[in-house]
Design a protein around this ligand. Structure first.
Ligand SMILES: Nc1ncnc2c1ncn2[C@@H]1O[C@H](COP(=O)(O)OP(=O)(O)OP(=O)(O)O)[C@@H](O)[C@H]1O
Ligand SMILES: [Mg+2]
Length: 409
C-alpha cells in the first residue's frame, strides 16, 4: 500500500464486546492503528473531532443516535474521514441511506478479518488522498483546460466594480454568478455594498444572516460555517452572502476582516463574485485588493467613461495589472454614437463584453426578484453575460497557467 502513515481507525459500537472483537481483529495489522473507541453516536462525533481518524467503523443501531446520523455529522466535520458501516441488517434501504450521507462501505456483522481489513485499507487510501487534497486547499474548481484536459484551480475572487453608481454592477454580478455556478465550479455571490446592498433583493430572498455573521469569526472559519451563513438559492445552487440588513450593523463590518473572509472563500468556492459600492469605501478597496479579476463596468455616458478612466489610472499607479481587469460596457444602445471600440481605444483597455440595453426585461426581473438568467437564459442580455462568463473562465485558466505575462506598469 502506497501510504507510509498508519491508518487511524475509530471503532463505534454500543456493545463493549463488539468493540473489543473488532480491536482484536485489527491488532496485528501493522498498517492499522486503532486510535479510539466510542460507545454512542454522540461520543463518536466528539471523538472524531478530537482524534481525526482516517476510518470510522460504525455500528448502525445505537441507543442515542443511529449510525447514519452520526456518519453524516462526522463527514461534515472531517470530510476526509471514511466511514465503514457495520450492521446486522444487510438491508438495501439502510445501505442506500448510509451511502447518501457519505458512508464509504458496508459490512455485515460479524465481518471476517479479511473483509474488515480490506475495507479499512481501501478506505484508508481514500482518506489519505482526501486529506492531502484538503491540506493543499485544492480544488474548488474544475474546468476544461487546453485540449479539453480538466484543470483544477484554486478558487478565484472576482470583484464587479463601477466607479459610477447605477451602471448595472449588481445586475451583472448576480447574473454572472449564475452563469458561473455549476457542480464543477461551485460559486458564491457576496454583497460587498454594506450600507445599500441589494443583492438579496435581486433574488427576492429574506436576509437572516449576513457578512457580519462571518467577519468577526474570520480567524476561525471552516467551510461548513461559511456555508451555514449563506443563502442557498435553490433554483441554481448558487450561495449568496447578503449585506447586513441594518445600517447600524453595516458600519460594524471591518475591512481587514472582510478581505480575509474573501481570501478564505477561495478555499470553498471556485468563484466568489463580489458586488461592490461605487464609492471607494474601505470595504470596496479591500475587495479590489483581494480580487483575482476585476469586472470594471461602464455605460455609454461620458461621466461613467471618465470615472472608468480615473479608475484605470489608479489601477496603473497601484500596480493592478491590466490583464486582471475585464472591462464591460452595460446598457449598450447602438443609437448612441459612443462606440465600445472608441472607448477601448481612448482608455487603452479593451471592452471585452457589451451588454445591451433592455429596460423592460432587466427592470422587470429586478422588480420581481427573479434574475434574468433564471427567467430567460436566451435573452440577449444573458447571452452577453454568458460570453463574459466564458471569458472569465478562460482568463482564470490563463492566469493559473501563467501563459499570459503580467502586464505590470
Ligand atoms: N442592460 C441593462 N438594460 C437596461 N437597464 C439596465 C441594464 N442593466 C441595469 N439596468 C438598470 O439600471 C439600474 C441600476 O442597475 P444596478 O442596480 O444593477 O446598478 P448598480 O451599479 O449596482 O447600482 P448602485 O450604484 O445603486 O449599486 C436598474 O434600474 C436596472 O434595471
Ligand atoms: Mg448595486
Amino acid at each position: 500500500m502506497p501510504v507510509q502513515e498508519k491508518i487511524r481507525v475509530l471503532i463505534v459500537d454500543d456493545i463493549a464486546e463488539t468493540r473489543e472483537n473488532i480491536r482484536r481483529l485489527l491488532q496485528f495489522d501493522p498498517e492499522i492503528e486503532v486510535v479510539g473507541a466510542a460507545k454512542s453516536g454522540k461520543e463518536a462525533i466528539d471523538l472524531s473531532a478530537q482524534l481525526k481518524p482516517d476510518v470510522v467503523i460504525m455500528d448502525i443501531n445505537m441507543p442515542d443516535m443511529d449510525g447514519i446520523t452520526a456518519t453524516e455529522a462526522i463527514r461534515r466535520k472531517i470530510p476526509y474521514a471514511q466511514v465503514v458501516i457495520l450492521s446486522v441488517q444487510s438491508d438495501a434501504h439502510y445501505m442506500q441511506r448510509a451511502m447518501r450521507v457519505g458512508a464509504r462501505d458496508f459490512l455485515t456483522k460479524p465481518p471476517s478479518i479479511d473483509e474488515l481489513t480490506a475495507a479499512i485499507h481501501h478506505a484508508g487510501v481514500t482518506a489519505h488522498e482526501e486529506r492531502i487534497r484538503a491540506a493543499q486547499a485544492l480544488p474548488p474548481g474544475v474546468i476544461p483546460g487546453a485540449a479539453g484536459v480538466p484543470l483544477t484551480f484554486q478558487g478565484k475572487v472576482i470583484v464587479v466594480y463601477s466607479p459610477k453608481g447605477g451602471t448595472g454592477c449588481t445586475m451583472i454580478a448576480t447574473n454572472l454568478a449564475l452563469a458561473l455556478q455549476s457542480p464543477e465550479t461551485p460559486t458564491a455571490l457576496v454583497d460587498g455594498n454594506m450600507l445599500y446592498g441589494d443583492v438579496a433583493i435581486f433574488f427576492n430572498e429574506q436576509v437572516k444572516n449576513s457578512v457580519l455573521d462571518l467577519t468577526p469569526r474570520v480567524e476561525e472559519l471552516d467551510a461548513d460555517v461559511v456555508k451555514e451563513v449563506m443563502i442557498d438559492h435553490a433554483a441554481s445552487g448558487l450561495h449568496i452572502l447578503a449585506a447586513p440588513p441594518k445600517p447600524e450593523l453595516a458600519v460594524k463590518v471591518i475591512s481587514d476582516q472582510f478581505a480575509k473572509l474573501l481570501q478564505f472563500m477561495r478555499q470553498v468556492y471556485a468563484f466568489t463574485i463580489v458586488d461592490t459600492a461605487s464609492y471607494l469605501t474601505d470595504i470596496t478597496q479591500a475587495a479590489l485588493e483581494v480580487a483575482d479579476l476585476i469586472v470594471l463596468v461602464t455605460t455609454q455616458d461620458i461621466p461613467a467613461i471618465k470615472n472608468a478612466n480615473t479608475f484605470l489610472t489608479m489601477a496603473d499607479a497601484t500596480g493592478i495589472p491590466r490583464n486582471r481587469i475585464l472591462f464591460v460596457m452595460n446598457r449598450y444602445d447602438r443609437r448612441i454614437t459612443i462606440a465600445p471600440e472608441s472607448v477601448s481605444k481612448s482608455l487603452r483597455q479593451e471592452i471585452v463584453a457589451v451588454i445591451p440595453f433592455d429596460e423592460r426585461a432587466v427592470g422587470n426581473s429586478i422588480n420581481r426578484g427573479q434574475p434574468l438568467f433564471i427567467e430567460n437564459k436566451a435573452h440577449l442580455v444573458c447571452k452577453s453575460i454568458m460570453a463574459l462568463a466564458e471569458l472569465t473562465r478562460n482568463r482564470v485558466v490563463k492566469l493559473e497557467m501563467e501563459i499570459e505575462p503580467m502586464i505590470k506598469k
